[in-house]
Design a protein around this ligand. Structure first.
Ligand code: SAH
Length: 406
């Protein structure tokens, strides 16, 4: 790569450089001592510590709380070739850890050292999100790199997320390249899922569960002919994997009628319709009704395996106590419905609830229902959503599989 021309400088305050040296890319306004005059939002800047020692190259936006997003500690030109190299490196991580997968997250922002950029690959269609102004301005370079690397049938933009307004960006959604009419059929672990990439949840599917679908299905397969409940089933990710792995009956619950229709169609497409039923229901209400008993009656456990994969119950730290009450409630009721020896696969996608706190909620529900659990697996996000421990924000999905000892 060629050496760049002189760049405008941003100088950090004393003691603000360590986090950057450790690998975290975010520089807040409060960490900055000096910005060269004339720097425009979206510009490439060089970042130095208070002694003017070099830290790296970053992208500047005065409108964002994250004033500079560091891109690299090296002296490079930020051009299409730079993005192509970064994306190729990210792709190699997927090829190593998800061999054979055709749909996965190619770039996961900070997890791939491209803060503000997400790229998902759904077989031959790419979906792009740019949540930072500096990435949004570089869309032409990024699309150029993506076209060279993937030669996709279409590239879709899903930029309707709230984060954009903190960058001074409008919401946007549409086709950036190629042609795409109607839903696409995506292959995950050999199962087919129909999804609308221009309107579905996230960018279409919960790709972060790809590895966990497989592992959960393996555990369910240990009980041939299992009766399975998939709570918060969306398009049937866990349900269809369980049915294929040998479950006799799988029931999926989701409050979205559209998701239920799509999941039912997906079951048919995969020749699993005879084993799968899906019902539009609020999981809290459904579990409550199933576990309601008279004063001297006991709940009759019905299921060999239950999956709990709710949406994040909290977007911020302040609402964590409410979220924990929600998590406890669904675990209490699910544990009552699980047969002895049964499997509970449970997930939490809130960054603000850590894995220890999450397990404590489950244990408290187990105590209240007088159940003893054996932990058989811990889950994290699939490897196409890399965890970079020096960037804590990259870790959000955690989960456990427990067997009911008694
Ligand atoms: N397990 C799914 C992803 C679940 S995402 C998969 O692997 O693809 C969370 C889902 O929960 C969404 O589909 C949403 O419609 C649904 N949902 C949110 N709150 C709900 C509630 N109270 N009851 C039922 N479904 C709910």
């Amino acid at each position: 790569m060629n050496t760049p021309a002189a760049l405008p400088t941003v100088i950090l305050k004393p003691r603000e450089a360590d986090r950057i040296v450790a690998g975290h890319p975010w520089i807040y306004a409060g960490a900055i001592m000096f910005v060269a005059p004339g720097v425009a939002d979206g510009d490439v800047v060089e970042v130095r510590d208070h002694r003017k020692h070099w830290l790296g190259i970053g992208l500047y936006n005065s409108k964002s709380k994250i004033t500079v997003r560091l891109l690299t500690p090296e002296h490079v030109t930020v051009d299409q070739a730079f993005f192509a190299t970064r994306i190729r490196t990210a792709l190699a991580v997927r090829q190593r850890h998800l061999p054979g997968a055709t749909s996965f997250r190619v770039v996961n922002a900070e997890g791939d050292f491209l803060s503000g950029l997400i790229v998902d690959k759904y077989d031959d269609v790419l979906v792009v999100q740019t949540s930072a102004l500096s990435m949004d301005l570089r869309k032409p370079m990024i699309l150029g790199a993506l076209k060279t690397l993937f030669n996709p049938r279409a590239i879709v933009e899903r930029n309707e997320m709230a984060a954009r307004k903190f960058e001074g960006l409008p919401e946007a959604n549409g086709l950036l390249e190629g042609e795409l009419d109607g839903p696409v059929t995506v292959n995950l672990n050999g199962l087919k899922f129909e999804t609308d990439l221009r309107a579905g949840h996230k960018t279409g599917l919960y790709l972060d569960q790809q590895a966990n679908y497989q592992r959960t299905a393996e555990l369910i397969a240990l009980t041939p002919g299992a009766h399975v409940l998939d709570c918060f089933s969306f398009l049937g990710g866990f349900a269809l994997h369980a049915a294929r792995a040998g479950a006799a009956r799988v029931h999926g619950l989701d409050q979205s009628a559209d998701a239920i229709t799509a999941a039912t169609r997906n079951a048919a497409t995969n020749q699993l319709a005879d084993k799968c039923t899906f019902e539009a229901a609020n999981v809290f209400d459904w579990l409550k009704a199933q576990t309601a008993v008279g004063p001297h009656e006991k709940v009759i456990p019905k299921f060999d395996a239950i999956v709990l994969d709710p949406p994040s119950f909290t977007r911020n730290r302040a609402s964590v106590p409410d979220a924990l009450r929600g998590y406890k409630e669904i675990h209490l009721r699910a544990l009552k419905l699980l047969k002895p020896g049964g499997l509970l696969a449970t997930f939490c996608c809130s960054h603000h609830v850590d894995s220890v706190t999450f397990q404590n909620v489950i244990l408290s529900a187990a105590f209240d229902t007088r159940r003893v659990l054996r932990r058989v697996t811990t889950f994290t996000q699939s490897p196409d959503h890399p965890c970079i421990p020096c960037i804590p924000e990259t870790e959000y999905l955690k989960g456990y599989a427990f067997e009911v000892v008694r």
